[in-house]
Ligand binder design. Structure first.
Ligand code: G3P
Length: 220
């Protein structure tokens, strides 16, 4: 499974990239706003920190505008930047056109398995179902991941990766793993939570104390 960071904060990206297991980064207009930085500059810096796919989102809502923005981003930013496109009819058409040009895409704001399937048919490299935002409406977001994975099982010719997004807690990630989602994008806080275990900390503490005694006895 691929683990992506969902942030435009380069300090967080550096921190998690240093662990050696970061596969990519996703951004969106809200995360760019939160960074307070110039869009292209911050995406270029992210792409220099992490060599995996870095999603940069188009903001045009018409097909031609999306394609135009995507081509500028591909021209001006490093090769590992991929184009994030909203799941609309116009976005589907842009996804198809960019796929035909060999440009990788991440179709975002997916809330149904029919949207995911249509984005896959358009050639999307990734589809991003938003789990947490479905949970927020009082429904079970993880059911969407299950439904999409069943659809993918029924049509083995689909090569689009399912990128679980809007992840709010570590259990979301564990459930995605059980369901076979290809990728999860999550905030740095969840990376840290996934690695933290009190028994690991307690175990290290005990080993360090005993090792200090071994050293004191001159046996190290
Ligand atoms: O990057 C898209 C997605 O992960 C956003 O998550 O927390 O704003 O619903 P959230």
């Amino acid at each position: 499974m691929e683990f992506f960071l969902d942030t435009a904060d380069v300090d967080e990206i550096r921190e998690i990239a240093a662990w050696g297991i970061l596969d990519g980064v996703t951004t969106n207009p809200s995360l760019i706003k939160k960074s307070g930085r110039d869009f292209k500059q911050v995406v270029a810096e992210i792409a220099s920190i992490c060599s995996g796919p870095i999603s940069a989102e188009v903001t045009a809502l018409d097909t031609e505008g999306m394609i135009e923005q995507a081509l500028v981003l591909k021209d001006e930013l490093p090769d590992n930047v991929i184009i994030k496109i909203p799941c609309t009819p116009e976005g589907l058409a842009a996804t198809k056109a960019l796929t035909d040009k060999g440009i990788k895409t991440n179709v975002t704001l997916i809330f149904s398995s029919s949207q995911a399937l249509m984005a896959a048919k358009a050639g999307a490299t990734y589809v991003s179902p938003f789990i947490g935002r479905i949970d927020d409406t009082g429904h079970e977001g993880m059911n969407l991941i299950a439904e999409i994975m069943t659809t993918w099982d029924n049509y083995p010719e689909i090569t689009t990766k399912v990128l679980a997004a809007s992840i709010r807690h570590p259990t979301h990630v564990l459930q995605c793993i059980q369901l076979g989602a290809h990728t999860a994008t999550m905030p740095a806080k969840i990376f840290r939570q996934l690695m933290k275990h009190p028994l690991t900390d307690k175990g290290i503490d005990g080993f360090m104390k005993d090792w200090a005694d071994v050293e004191a006895a001159g046996n190290a």
